[in-house]
Every structure is written in structure tokens, then in C-alpha cells.
Design a protein around this ligand. Structure first.
Ligand SMILES: O=C(O)c1cc(=O)[nH]c(=O)n1[C@@H]1O[C@H](COP(=O)(O)O)[C@@H](O)[C@H]1O
Length: 272
């Protein structure tokens, strides 16, 4: 998917909501456990109930790998379902990969060619040659971790090297890489006060913002300095939406929660 197509979808739906599909069999409605593939049935119900309110879905791969081959099959069915039934949706494989170039090439093949995701999250720690194999794919997007939502973000990312925070170095350096227009970045919603500085370095790139809902981040605070003229934000919530109810009405409850967030976003977009 091109960035222009993503922006068009955001404007049409008046939403920049990304729903995290982080499925935990211990949290889903027990009636689904009798199904042959409860993970996929859960995702399908959530997607069908919320696709008009969200522009992106982000399955975190850990939640599938944790169930072995069955989890991987459920992931494959989920991405195939999204691509076939809702091709306008932007899909994110939250895999946080990155290795020596030869190995990153295989990760890129797995998520872009085989599974056909539009994007993947990648850790920048191993540097340029670990990221470029992802960037080489036309109309696929590499979402580089910059300033993450967790407490550990302060262990390395905000430490200064030569007078500058490491996460700022990541943002600046990655902008010099080949095909850097295929880059998006992750900045946690819990780090809203950093968006002024971040937008000075990357005024144009999309930023994936996890951490609203269960982690306590605020959409309004992120938007105050995070928006750009193309909107430029994808705000993700997983647990806050998909476990709004753990009963049989889980999909309707997820849709209600997603609608709340979409309406907040619509109000913000109306003021742009
Ligand atoms: O890359 C991510 O998506 C990510 C980066 C980050 O800094 N913080 C973060 O929470 N995430 C992911 O975003 C999702 C957040 O889920 P909830 O806290 O349930 O909304 C999880 O899949 C996390 O792994």
C-alpha cells in the first residue's frame, strides 16, 4: 500500500486508529474455545465489527508464536482475511525484527512476500545494513523503533551520545538511508512531551503510536504536536479495545470502544 492510499483512507474514515490484535486465549470469551481456530475466530469477529472505524490492524507476532504452529496458522489466516475482505486496511506485522543483512533479507521475505503485510516493526540497534533489506521492498513500510512506550526506553534511547539522545540519532541517521521514504517510526503515547522535538527531525514521516488505553497515553496529548499535514499518526490500542468485554458480546464492546476513539480522532481532524 502506498502512503497516499493510507492518507486517503484516514480522510475517508475520519480515523487514524490502529487496532492491536494481541490475542490471549486466557482473555477471550470461553465460548470461542470450542471452535477449531479460536484465535482466528476472535480476530475475524473483531475485524468485522471494527473495520469501518480503524485504518490499520497490528497483530503482535509474539501472541501467535506463543501458540506454536497453530498460532502461526491463525496469523496467516488473519492477514489473508484482511487482505482479501478489507484490502484498503493497512496491516502491520509487529515483529520487531532486525539482524545482519543476510538474515534481515529472510525476515523481509517472510513478512512482506510470504505473509503479504504492508509493514513491519524493526529494531534499529544493528544499524543500516540490518534495516535496508526491509526498505528495498516497493510500497512496503519499515516501522523503526525510536522512542518506545515502556519504562526501559530511558535505559538507552534517551541517553546522550555526543550531546544528543540516542533516539534522535536514530531518527536523523535513518533519514540518510536508501529508500528512507519507506520509513515510519514508533514513538510511545506515554512520551507525548517529546513530539515537538521529534517532529522537528521528521516532519513528514508517519509515526506509529502505541500506548493509549492500557498503558495510559492520551490521544489529545499525542496529537497536539504529533500531527502533520498528512495526519502522519497511527494511534494503536490493543487491550483497551479487544478486551473491552471478555463475554460473548466482545465484538460489539470492542466496536463501542473503537467508536469512542474514532470520534475523538474525528473531532481532532475537524480542527486541522
Ligand atoms: O512496536 C509496538 O507496537 C510497540 C512499541 C512500544 O513502544 N510500545 C508498545 O506497547 N508496542 C506494542 O503495542 C501494543 C500495545 O498494546 P496495548 O498496551 O494492549 O494497547 C503491544 O503489541 C506492544 O508490544
Amino acid at each position: 500500500m502506498t502512503t497516499q492510499e493510507l492518507v486517503a483512507q484516514i480522510k475517508k474514515k475520519k480515523s487514524f486508529l490502529c487496532i492491536g490484535l494481541d490475542v490471549d486465549l486466557q482473555k477471550i470469551s470461553t465460548h470461542l474455545l470450542q471452535q477449531e481456530d479460536p484465535i482466528f475466530e476472535f480476530n475475524k469477529a473483531i475485524i468485522d465489527a471494527t473495520h469501518h472505524l480503524a485504518v490499520a490492524y497490528k497483530p503482535n507476532i509474539a501472541f501467535y508464536e506463543a501458540y506454536g504452529i497453530k498460532g502461526w496458522q491463525a496469523l496467516e489466516k488473519t492477514i489473508n482475511y484482511l487482505n482479501k475482505k478489507y484490502p484498503e486496511i493497512f496491516t502491520i506485522a509487529d515483529a520487531k525484527r532486525g539482524d545482519i543483512g543476510n538474515t534481515s533479507t529472510r525476515y523481509a521475505k517472510a513478512f512482506f512476500s510470504d505473509l503479504n503485510f504492508d509493514s513491519i516493526t524493526v529494531a534499529p540497534y544493528m544499524g543500516e545494513d540490518s534495516v535496508v533489506p526491509f526498505l528495498e521492498f516497493e510500497n512496503k513500510h519499515t516501522i523503526l523503533l525510536a522512542l518506545t512506550s515502556n519504562r526501559g526506553a530511558f535505559d538507552f534511547q534517551t541517553k546522550k551520545v555526543d550531546g544528543e539522545e540516542v533516539y534522535k540519532k536514530v531518527l536523523k541517521t535513518a533519514q540518510t538511508w536508501k529508500n528512507h521514504h519507506n520509513l515510519m517510526y514508533v514513538v510511545g503515547a506515554t512520551k507525548a512531551e517529546h513530539f515537538v522535538e521529534i517532529r522537528k527531525i521528521i516532519p513528514n514521516n508517519f509515526i506509529l503510536v502505541p500506548g493509549v488505553g492500557a498503558q495510559g497515553g492520551s490521544i489529545a496529548e499525542v496529537c497536539e504536536y504529533g500531527l502533520n499535514e498528512n495526519v502522519g499518526l497511527l494511534i494503536n490500542s490493543a487491550r483497551g479495545i479487544i478486551y473491552a468485554s471478555t463475554e460473548e458480546n466482545f465484538a460489539e464492546a470492542a466496536a463501542e470502544k473503537a467508536k469512542e476513539l474514532q470520534q475523538e480522532m474525528e473531532g481532532i481532524l475537524a480542527k486541522m
